[in-house]
Design a protein around this ligand. Structure first.
Ligand code: 13P
Length: 279
């Protein structure tokens, strides 16, 4: 069932859990995460980086995501991840996205507010909701980041933009952490309180220790993004099957194993976030 971002975020808010948002890259990763969601009876978000809309791949991948979501027995939102401009947002909407992230976190506060509000206004008219970002979430390879999202700024940002959920910087980063991160759970609580309970989004979900993920969900994280772990599960599955002398070379049969390893990873994350049986 293809649903919009608000539908799945509302489920998470009411059920006190977080929606797993899986970054996908090809049809096989879509198949893996949807199989996991159906088996676990979990609502999920399938999301794509904007470069996947820009390259030829979007022409094939986006219709496959929409078809998979429509056919799924559980709620699935098709979401744009880190849209940098209106152009990427328009492309994603044209490809059928039912959730949009506009990431204006690289801009000064006032510009981020203005741009995000503009995207919210465009999307509102077609019943699509928007995730904003405040506090730039970088990569694990960046220099130490000590500028976390401020609860006061978050309150003003949410009030002025009317976003449906907000990605925050609380010690997280994209990619596999070089050493385990230490999430600022108190800050999650403070941002929730200051904003009147806006659903919060945790980016960089690959490699955060399970106890910290659970604490973050208890504190008000309602969506967690998982990208690098999906890539690793797919790559590991591909390598394992390449190393198996009895494998078939027929691509559809060959790909069954990487689809299974992606499904296994997705099932683990669904359970960790408390999304099992919440469809
Ligand atoms: P990871 O690749 O670290 O899991 O982060 C994914 C993400 O946050 C996408 O926006």
């Amino acid at each position: 069932m293809l649903v919009n971002l608000k539908y799945v975020i509302d489920l998470a808010e009411k059920g006190n859990f977080a929606i797993p948002a899986f970054n996908v890259y090809n049809t096989e990763t879509v198949m893996g995460v949807v199989k996991a969601a159906e088996e676990a009876k979990a609502p999920i978000i399938i999301q794509v980086y904007p470069r996947l809309l820009n390259e030829e791949v979007g022409y094939y991948l986006c219709p496959a995501i929409v078809a998979a979501a429509r056919k799924a027995s559980v709620p699935v939102c098709f979401h744009l991840d880190h849209g940098p401009s209106e152009m990427e947002v328009q492309k994603a909407l044209r490809w059928g996205a039912t959730g949009i992230m506009y990431d204006g976190s690289v801009h000064p506060f006032e510009e981020n507010v203005k741009n995000t509000k503009h995207i919210v206004d465009i999307c509102e008219s077609i019943d699509v909701c928007v995730e904003g970002e405040l506090g730039h979430i970088g990569s694990v390879n960046d220099d130490a980041m000590d500028e976390f999202t401020s609860p006061e700024e978050a309150a003003e940002f949410v009030k002025r933009t009317n976003v449906t959920c907000l990605a925050v910087l609380i010690g997280n980063a994209h990619g596999h952490y070089k050493k385990p991160p230490k999430l600022d759970i108190e800050r999650v609580k403070a941002i929730r309180e200051a904003t009147g309970g806006i659903p919060l989004v945790l980016h960089g979900g690959s490699g955060i220790p399970d106890d910290q993920v659970k604490a973050a969900v208890n504190a008000g994280i309602r969506k967690m993004n998982i990208g690098t772990d999906v890539c690793c599960a797919f790559a590991d599955g591909t390598k394992e099957i390449l190393d198996d002398p009895s494998r078939s070379l027929a691509i559809d049969l060959f790909m069954k194993h990487p689809i299974e390893t992606v499904k296994k990873l997705a099932l683990e994350k669904i359970k960790l976030l408390g999304a099992e049986n919440k469809a």
